[in-house]
Every structure is written in C-alpha cells, then in structure tokens.
Design a protein. Structure first.
Length: 148
C-alpha cells in the first residue's frame, strides 16, 4: 500500500470536483453553457481548474515514485512524514490558489503558486538524486508470538 499517494490522489480528486462545481455555479448563474462568455469570474475559475490539472498529475506521479522508492509499499501502512507534510502543503496550496483567483484572497494565488513550484522543484530534484544515493532497505520489525 502507498498511503501518502493514495490519500493525496483521493484529496486531489475531491479538490478537482470542488473546482468543477465552482465553475458550474458561475455557468448556471450567468447562463453560460459553452466557453467562458467573456465572464471574468468564470475565466478565473476555469483558469484555477486548468492550473490544477496542469500541475497536480506530475506532482502525484512524483509522490508515487518517491514513496515506492522509499519503501512506502512495504506494508507498514505509513509513509515518510516529510512526504505527508509536503503533499498536504501542496493540496492546501492548490485550494488557496483557487480561492485567490476570484474570492478576494489575492495572497492565496501567490501562496498556491509558490507552494506548487517549490514542491515541484524539491520533489523533482529529490527524484533525480534518489536513485544515486546509497540504498538502505527499510528496517524489518520482528513479531513475537506470546503463549498465554
């Protein structure tokens, strides 16, 4: 099992649904069926969703591959804490970015963009370096059966 990857893929799916609903709300209220109708709010929301789709798949691929390389699939049910932190920050950043696009939270757009770019940079460099580091297999824990 890859707990970080599975959790973040699920979170990403829910955020994408939320972004779709936000676009749909403007479409319905402004009666725009196709395209953006020149509506600035719809354009901003569509761009927020497009930006999510442009960045998150690569981020998820990096998270999966790093988790696999670090032995996240060893059955322990845990992933590296730092990967949980980075992945969670990315998802929170994506929400902040979307809110910053049109909901009066301009700082959110900068926060989301910064977190995404820094995370992509960090995960990308780590993915390049990781195969060249000395390999230390994950520690095996021994279970002891007790007889009562």
């Amino acid at each position: 099992m890859l707990p970080v990857s599975l959790t973040m893929a699920g979170v990403a799916a829910l955020i994408n649904i939320w972004l779709s609903i936000r676009c749909g709300q403007v479409r319905q209220s402004e009666k725009i069926s196709i395209g953006d109708g020149g509506n600035e709010k719809l354009i901003a929301r569509m761009r927020a969703q497009a930006n999510f789709i442009e960045n998150v798949p690569l981020i998820l691929i990096l998270i999966v591959l790093i988790e696999l390389a670090l032995g996240g699939g060893d059955g322990s049910g845990h992933g590296p804490i730092w990967l949980w932190v980075v992945s969670s920050a990315i998802m929170l950043g994506r929400v902040a970015h979307a809110l910053g696009m049109d909901d009066g939270f301009p700082l959110g757009r900068m926060i989301g963009t910064s977190l995404t770019m820094l995370s992509l940079l960090g995960l990308g460099i780590y993915a390049i370096v990781l195969p060249h580091l000395p390999y230390a297999p994950p520690a095996q824990t021994e279970t002891v059966d007790t007889v009562q």
